[in-house]
Design a protein around this ligand. Sequence first.
Ligand code: AMP
Ligand code: MG
Length: 344
Amino acid sequence: MNTEIFKLLPNESNNPSIKKAAEILCGGGLVAFPTETVYGLGGDATNPSAAKNIYKAKGRPSDNPLIIHIADPADAELYAYTSETYYKLAAAFMPGPLTVILPKKDTVPIEVTGGLDTVAVRCPSHPIARALIRKAGVAIAAPSANLSGSPSPTSGEHVIRDLNGRIEVIIDGGECDIGLESTIIKLDGERATLLRPGAITADALSCICKKVDIAPAVTESLKENERPLSPGMKYRHYAPKAPLILLDGDEEEVLSYMYRRQNAERCVIICYDEELEYLRNERIISIGARDDLNMQAHSLFSALRLADELDGEVVYAHLPSKEGVGLALYNRLIRAAAHTVLEV
Ligand code: AMP
Ligand code: MG
């Protein structure tokens, strides 16, 4: 398949190519587009065959449901049964990087929800994403626009590398701001369960929800035969090709371990800016300053992809703290590392 690539600046939401992409999407085609979190691989959320094609293009198991993207929080009414708490959350965090799981209406085919009777709803803030949804006039079902198993794409280049020739359109809008996927929660009245941590933290959610529980699968590996609350939790994810090992210990011990390992053959080290002066070879990647969790979130998936390009035999990174946005970094890294942590 020939993939059309439209290169746009993030604020070019009136560019005619968005209308063209929306028409292709409404005709059943697939369009990758930028959001503030990561790139999405979009199809018409009411069209079962578009959903099937999304799974095919990504090589994603079809029991792993898709998030539907809407232009306005109230548009959720068309696809799901909302609640007072949903609207309180919408007032606080939407448009933005929050996905809410709600009971689904019949307008959403089960192909989109992987057979579940709930649907994941998100209202992105990226101007191109919003313009595309508005022009399409329908919700857009979109998982991350990467091949299944590889790190989520945070730039147009990442998407082109994974999906060129597999889908109709790629809108390249440059780098995503946040760089990690949305926070996902499930509601039970005024209580929320955090299924996937993201830029909207558990603390921020506690300002609106009476109680915020963190699903065990966010930090722990699933037990054999355990059914996850969110099907995506059971899949290996975000991983570079080489084994990733997370280093746990005090700052100096970890840096000293990295220092000793840095000249080992094809060893990639993902570190912080402050450590760069001690670590000097061509396979050192910094993801930002030690305390700048937002920058680390922004850089993480690029770093994991770069680790692949550097053809590492093994990749080392810090085990992040679980505080604030750190929990999202922890969740992605622990899964990319298949829970391999080395105490140093
Ligand atoms: P991605 O599309 O790659 O951002 O992944 C979407 C995530 O949302 C996956 O982990 C899914 O398992 C999760 N998800 C989507 N819909 C639902 C749902 N109805 N219930 C629980 N989790 C969901
Ligand atoms: Mg994904």
